[in-house]
Design a binder for this molecule. Structure first.
Ligand code: NAD
Ligand code: 6OD
Length: 485
């Protein structure tokens, strides 16, 4: 029997008559059925969230909210293997990645924001009044209210909890929707919330599609207070237009077309290893992944052949096999999109250094959504393949001559999420990093996270920052109180 992914509204699991299939991308098999929420379920969730704010959840102290987050974290820990399995079956990622990155980060997200909110402080000023007396000006942090959190499929529970944890920590009531491609870990989190008796209506999970469906109904509801969204830039633009009339607050973590710059003085082996990881982690389906590699001309040929060799050694395999490096694309639709760029790259004049096709396995994987890790050279900077986000296992490598040229070409993008710089020259690292037009710069590393730091992008890569105090700021409303004493 296949599992049925249901909504969690108030403190109850609710089914919808409308459903669609949950598909395992490794072999295209159907692994479950997903309920699709419509306006009725969205309205129920908003009412449950309002009731929570007016009830038990709204009366919780900061310390009590922090305790609830710790209990959610403990619940994930207790069901660690089930969360790993859920992530692996929905995405085809390796068990190793789910065990070492996705599920531990979900736990860390809840623990981090529980601690953060306990230690958060606000300002207080003494103001002199006209009659020579004084007033105290101080600020209080209050929840925004009902927060809609919408997340994508690429790092399902990591990104879902990255929004839900701070929103709850600040006392909001949350209505969250995971991607239609990857509902299972969010469904499990709802089961954990139910199991520990999380205050009813504070945390609601709806399942369903995005446009013309659940997501659209969520962002269009008149009684929500803010939308926090991670996903495609085009979806972000659409959400912004939708909530504009009601002037709702938004936080957007969107797409990327990230560059890596390899200077001639870089630790060569470290740079190869770093670019291999930044291009192919999660089969290139991470918003921070490198798609444009700029290498100093003096080491260009050596770099291309070393990266080619390491790319060809990557093992595309079953998630449970410890030898597997990477898995499939998330869906047939996404596989088709990535392959359309492979075709376009050829039309735009690329030299295919390696890959560029679909691997053949001779087993059930041939019904899955696989793409071979690929490298191109020879494209002009204005090629569509170098300007549009592909979100697959592919990078283009180009040569540069001067530092200024590398910076200008890396910055020549509509996106601005993450740049990776590889150099042994400390002065250069500090000189180049602030000139990058991106929200994040990693030097001699990639995707090294510290949850206290601001995370986000510029231009088509997003609006606002989350992480640390930036999340406190987004997920709360501040009132200034002036008391004449
Ligand atoms: P997507 O925008 O298609 O979908 C993301 C979520 O939005 C899903 O839950 C979907 O159902 C929902 N959605 C879609 N249309 C909607 C609408 N009209 N109204 C409300 N909700 C709607 O993105 P995706 O394909 O799931 O994810 C891949 C994209 O996400 C890539 O562009 C990637 O770069 C980006 N991303 C960015 C970050 C970041 O931190 N900057 C992180 C992960 C992924
Ligand atoms: O690590 C994070 O906090 C984060 N938001 C990662 C986003 C990855 C994009 O796919």
């Amino acid at each position: 029997m296949t599992k049925l992914i249901q909504h969690y509204i108030g403190d109850r699991f609710i089914q919808s008559a409308k459903r669609f299939a949950n598909i395992n991308p490794v072999d295209g098999s159907i692994i479950g059925e997903i309920c699709e929420a419509g306006t009725e379920e969205v309205d129920l969730a908003v009412k449950a969230a309002r009731a929570a704010l007016a009830g038990e959840w709204g009366r919780c102290s900061v310390a009590q909210r922090a305790d609830w987050l710790q209990r959610l974290a403990a619940g994930i820990e207790q069901h660690f293997d089930a969360f790993v399995q859920a992530e692996v079956r929905d995405t085809g990622r390796t068990v190793h990645q789910a065990r070492t990155l996705d599920v531990p980060r979900a736990i860390a997200n809840f623990r981090f924001f529980a601690d953060m909110v306990r230690h958060a402080h606000t300002e207080c000023f003494e103001t002199t009044t006209a009659d020579g007396g004084r007033a105290l000006n101080y600020t209080v942090r209050k929840p925004l209210g009902v927060v809609v959190a919408i997340s994508p499929w690429n790092l399902p529970i990591l990104l879902f909890s990255w929004k839900v944890a701070p929103a709850l920590a600040l006392g909001n009531a949350v209505i969250a929707k995971p991607s239609e491609e990857t509902p299972s870990s969010a469904f499990l989190l709802a089961q954990v919330a139910h199991e520990i008796g999380f205050p009813a209506g504070a945390f609601n999970v709806l399942h369903g599609l995005g446009g013309n469906s659940t997501g659209q109904a969520m962002i269009s509801h008149a009684d929500i207070d803010a939308v926090t969204f991670t996903g495609a830039s085009s979806t972000g633009a659409h959400i912004m237009k939708t909530v504009a009339d009601d002037v709702r607050d938004v936080s957007f973590e969107l797409g990327g077309k990230n560059a890596a710059i390899i200077f001639e003085d870089a630790d060569f082996e470290a740079a190869i290893k770093g670019v291999l990881a930044s291009t192919f982690t999660n089969s290139g389906q991470v918003c921070l992944c490198t798609e444009r590699v700029l290498v100093h001309r003096s080491i260009f040929d050596r770099f291309v052949s070393a990266l080619k060799a390491q790319t060809e050694a990557l093992v595309l395999g079953l998630p449970e096999d410890p030898a597997t490096d990477i898995g499939p694309m998330i869906s047939q639709k996404h596989q088709a999109k990535v392959l359309s760029y492979f075709q376009l790259a050829r039309e735009e004049g690329a030299t295919v250094v390696t890959g560029g096709d679909v691997p053949s396995f001779g087993d059930a994987r041939d019904q899955g959504f696989w793409v071979r890790p690929s490298i191109w050279t020879g494209l002009p900077d204005d090629a569509r393949c170098l300007r549009e986000e592909i979100f697959g296992p592919v990078c283009h490598i180009a040569a540069f001559d001067t530092e200024d040229e590398a910076i200008d070409r890396a910055n020549d993008s509509d996106y601005g999420l993450a740049t990776a710089i590889w150099t042994r020259d400390v002065s250069r690292a500090h000189r180049v990093s602030p000139r990058m037009r991106s929200g994040l710069v990693w030097v001699n590393t990639w995707y090294l996270r510290d949850l206290r730091t601001p995370f986000g992008g510029v231009r088509r890569s997003g609006i606002g920052r989350e992480g640390g105090r930036y999340s406190l700021d987004f997920y709360s409303e501040i009132t200034n109180i002036c008391v004449k004493v």
